[in-house]
Design a protein around this ligand. Sequence first.
Ligand SMILES: Nc1ncnc2c1ncn2[C@@H]1O[C@H](COP(=O)(O)OP(=O)(O)OP(=O)(O)O)[C@@H](O)[C@H]1O
Length: 692
Amino acid sequence: MATAVSSYNDIQLETIQEVSCSTSCSSNSTTSSSSNSPTSQNKISPGYRNKQQQLHKKGQKIGNYLLGKTIGSGTSSKVKIGTNINTGKQYAIKITKPKRIKERKEIEREISILKRLKHDNIIQLHDAIYEDEAGRICLILELVSGGELFDYIVARGRLSEKEGRKFFRQMLCGLIYCHSNMVCHRDLKLENLLVDEDGNLKISDFGYSNIIKPGNLLSTFCGSPVYAPPEILLEKRYNGNEVDIWSMGVILYAMVTGQLPWTLTDGVQVEGMDRLLRGEFKYPSHVILSDDVKDLINRMIVAEPVERATLDEIKNHVWVNKGYDMEPDQEYNKKVSDRLEKEQQQLLEKQQAQLQQQLNSPRSPKPLFVETIIGNSRPLNQSSPNLTIPQNKSILNINNNNNNNNNNSSNINQIKPIHFNSVACLDEKKINSSAPTSPHSISPQYASPQFISPSPSTSTTPPLSPLSVSGQRSPPTFSSNTNNNNIPNNHNSLSSSQNNINTSGVKNHHSTSLFHNIFKKRQSISSVSANSSPVIVSSNSGQNNTLNVSSNSINVDGASASAPQFSSSSSKRRFSLEDIVKAITIRSGKGKNPKIRSMKGPFNSGTTTMLNPIQLIEHIEENLNSTQISYRRNFYVFDCKTLCPRNETINFEIEVCKVNGMDMYGIKFKRLAGDAWSYSSSCIKIVESLKL
Ligand SMILES: Nc1ncnc2c1ncn2[C@@H]1O[C@H](COP(=O)(O)OP(=O)(O)OP(=O)(O)O)[C@@H](O)[C@H]1O
């Protein structure tokens, strides 16, 4: 059984035994404390249960998650949006079907490693599921809505140094945290850096990550050749940290130039491999870069691993800190500690208000130890420099059900102390401080509000399956000093309203800036019906036009105003399956014309237009019809497929959306599957032919 990690700095290796799920766990193997509740399960009607089983069989449901559209795929997995049927909250569900024990072990290692990482710049694992019948293993991950950093760069051609610095600092923070927790990633590349809707970077895909044991070198070939250092390509034994530094150098190069330091032929072979092995590369002449950024890249892309810059050197580098007051990890620590302090303050204020209410109520018993919480040494709204609730301080909880008994001695029995670990409370907003609980019931911090048991006697915490994550994590320990390794981030996941699956624009990795000369705006295009139904169009290439478009495809967040809004805070409400299916249907654009998505982000002159959406859709259709690209349109989203030179299928979306804050429309691209750089070339061609 997977054992809980005692603290986020605990680097002991956990062992996860092979699990053979029994039938009972396979049909409902989700073990998240936030997603399962025996009590609520018991209330499910037979009809509801049948429907769930049917969905299960059809593969549209895994555990307690209703599967939606595919948002990405890798060599070994498919990633879909999953809606928790109890909470309505959405996640990214990475589904893998390991065929060999080795693959299974790799996934288990990914789960094990992700479990111990908790950082704003690292994808958060919420839970894991074994699906016995289908042999699938699913990772329930926080949903990152902005797409890959790759899409972002493709859309802009390249990033300015300032913007690149922001992302680089965030990547660096995540990596400093990983390495200090003895985890090396080994597959850092633009496709594995996701961007959330606030433009923050998250390192994802820990499928090749491993634990660094001092003195032990690694030997497995990992990652993509064009991001891999010579020692990996030469199959030498290597130190995982140094591998990550090389990959960061390649990523920084790609961010600021819009291309890779070495060209890939056929998407896999590196052209000029000998130069790569020597660490030799050139900067494109058309891109003007500062000496500082070049110096940093030159310090990271160094053939000899021991001569490569260390993380310390990188975080102190002048380019990294230009325009910032603090080094990246210091800034991160400060941000987290400010956030925790703010949350603590809010919690205290809430408790104070509740107590005040109790005191003012004539029917309530007088709390005995109010001072324990309120104290008399300082006002509540003034937090101490350290976290203000001393560890293990008893905080009283007043039992509202008491009668008018003001007798202190008799009330003592009715007053239940909650032993707060200050951080445990601060780290999780969801704690219901008014709910009576036992000193042991610290686990609610990892439960959704509705599953925090109202009292110890009615606790219905479900048993955890072997791979359960969320129910088992020990409360993080936190010290307010600046050691980032001790500082966990907030446990927040994206709320359901934050599901903008960002698509993006286009750009060629080899090209000079391809967008800058595309200014001509098309003026008049005949309009088409706004209510066009989804269409499948065959390309004139004659290639197979049967597209496997996910039934729940398209607008995740483009719901009309009338679409049901899921909210994890609606703790009392249990969503019916029908509610969820309806919401997804509306969001997917089926049955009702959805609202066009308004997006900020990577637009430029080549991907925006004064055409109205209907004209733009028609214009895109006209253009796609004259290419080798097969597509299927569902309202504003084109699900496209084409073959790259290696005959590999590339699957991507083009979405018509409104440019946030402007009276303009634009197109966004998102890669769904296939080689990233071939996808990039296809996008370039589309943008060139659209001439927006
Ligand atoms: N949490 C997430 N939120 C949103 N999208 C995600 C998330 N995780 C993965 N994706 C999307 O799915 C794609 C594939 O995921 P991932 O890289 O983890 O799969 P993989 O099979 O390990 O890939 P690889 O081919 O690199 O081994 C990502 O590139 C990304 O676009």
